[in-house]
Design a protein around this ligand. Structure first.
Ligand code: PGA
Length: 264
């Protein structure tokens, strides 16, 4: 895992967008794995800006999203379909038919999960997967205890996850109890993974991901088994990691800058 330490949310978003935009330019028919949530909003804003200013084209890009709530219509303001339309898809030249998000209203979730795996494999797999992290260490909606060999499946959301996402709803009662998510094995098949971490609320879990061993009780630790993971984390998120460890990250930032910023 490479760790790129940045000052704040803005710098994290700029660097993340630079890496995604680099991928899109290098391989114009890339498959991007996308995420939702507060952490990635700034990255999408930067991608929209880059699309407008530099004409980066998404004409032949395909996307697969990590997850979707169960039981809410895709046009509901809190669906992840709606989130993606609002925050990215309606602002770039992507073909809607090339965007994929699990169906939160499927009648047979077993079948829906298998279909989603098939969509990803028919596309040839994910080139670059964007991830946020939950305060409990989840990636996608893979809550603690999810087997590392899981494919796309339905999950019951932990109370901490529903509480963390309550800010997007009118009340806790409105936050769905279940979701469908790419599994850990699905995420791990991606060629490259980019994990974004910002803010004090993520400091404790990020410290654990960096310093602790690989365990299913902290789903994000599985990323240590992946050969190409970049974490971009801001000062607040890294505030519980000691200085000696942070100095080890300097080389990762230099390499990131050379690859994605200077070459752009
Ligand atoms: P957040 O969610 O970006 O809204 O903090 C991240 C996640 O739960 O994966």
């Amino acid at each position: 895992m490479k760790v790129v330490a940045v000052r704040n949310f803005e710098e994290m978003s700029q660097l993340a967008a630079a890496m995604i935009s680099h991928q899109v330019k290098e391989k114009p028919n890339s498959v991007l794995g996308l995420a939702t949530g507060g952490t990635v909003v700034g990255t999408y804003k930067e991608l929209i800006k880059d699309h407008e200013q530099n004409k980066t084209s998404y004409e032949n890009i395909h996307t697969v999203n990590l997850d979707e709530y169960l039981g809410i219509d895709r046009n509901h303001p809190n669906s992840y379909y709606h989130f993606m339309m609002e925050n990215l898809f309606s602002h770039i030249n992507i073909n809607q038919e090339n965007t994929h998000i699990p169906n939160g209203l499927a009648t047979n979730y077993e079948e829906e999960s298998q279909k989603y795996e098939q969509v990803i494999s028919d596309l040839g797999g994910v080139d670059l997967q964007l991830l946020g992290i939950g305060v409990n260490g989840h990636i996608g909606f893979n809550e603690p205890g999810t087997p590392f060999d899981s494919a796309t499946h339905v999950v019951e959301l932990e109370e901490s996850t529903r509480q963390a996402n309550k800010r997007f709803f009118n009340s806790i009662e409105e936050v769905p109890t279940h979701a469908v998510t790419m599994g850990i094995a699905t995420i791990m098949k991606s060629n490259k993974i980019l994990l974004l971490v910002s803010g004090k609320t993520k400091a404790e879990i990020l410290e654990k991901v960096i310093n602790e061993g690989i365990t299913e009780t902290i789903p994000a630790t599985v990323l240590k088994n992946h050969p190409d993971v970049t974490i971009i984390a801001d000062e607040e998120a890294l505030s519980l990691v000691d200085d000696e460890k942070k100095r080890e990250f300097d080389r990762d930032k230099e390499e990131f800058t050379r690859t994605y910023l200077l070459s752009n």
